[in-house]
Design a protein around this ligand. Structure first.
Ligand SMILES: [Zn+2]
Ligand SMILES: [Zn+2]
Length: 169
């Protein structure tokens, strides 16, 4: 999504509203970093760019629905992420493109996709659980403990006791 900034830059307008949705392309950084996450539904973005007398801001609300597997029990999970963020905008004449504090206007146009993807990557949880208190899998038999207990011995045997046991035999 490329926003034409001319109305604001020329002074004709103080604010430009936008709304769009996108599906991360397979070769995008987002899809590469979160390769175990399926962005099944398009990510929706709405917001505005505003001239604040002397500087400009981008304000956006992002909604992400995604599917992945629970980090503990590996069952499929659907989750949702809502992000609101604000960022300063500057033209390439004002700020060097290496300055991360700003989104840079290039050729009177603003690329909205890059800052949105960046923000999603900052906010995506590194682990998604099917529920807060997911019991996970038994490390011995692999049974999903949310579905019931297994018959494996839960306590690790104290190595000193194990020696004692062999001595008593
Ligand atoms: Zn789980
Ligand atoms: Zn078990």
């Amino acid at each position: 999504m490329i926003l034409d900034m001319l109305p604001i830059l020329s002074g004709a307008s103080q604010q430009i509203d936008f709304e769009f949705s996108f599906t991360p392309s397979e070769d995008s950084l987002l899809a590469t970093v979160y390769s175990d996450v399926d962005f099944a539904e398009p990510i929706t973005v709405s917001g505005y760019v505003k001239n604040m007398a002397g500087y400009m801001i981008l304000s956006a609300d992002v909604r992400v629905s995604y599917r992945t597997v629970c980090a503990r029990c590996i069952e499929p999970v659907c989750s949702e992420l809502e992000i609101s963020f604000e960022k300063d905008i500057a033209s390439s004449e004002e700020v060097s493109s290496e300055n991360d504090d700003y989104i840079i206007i290039e050729d009177k146009k603003l690329d909205l996709l890059a800052p949105v993807e960046e923000e999603i990557m900052l906010e995506m949880p590194s682990k998604t659980l099917c529920k807060e208190d997911c019991l996970g899998l038994c490390p011995k038999c692999g049974k999903n403990l949310n579905e019931g207990d297994c018959s494996c011995e839960k306590k690790e045997v104290d190595p000193r006791l194990a020696i004692l046991k062999t001595l008593l035999k």
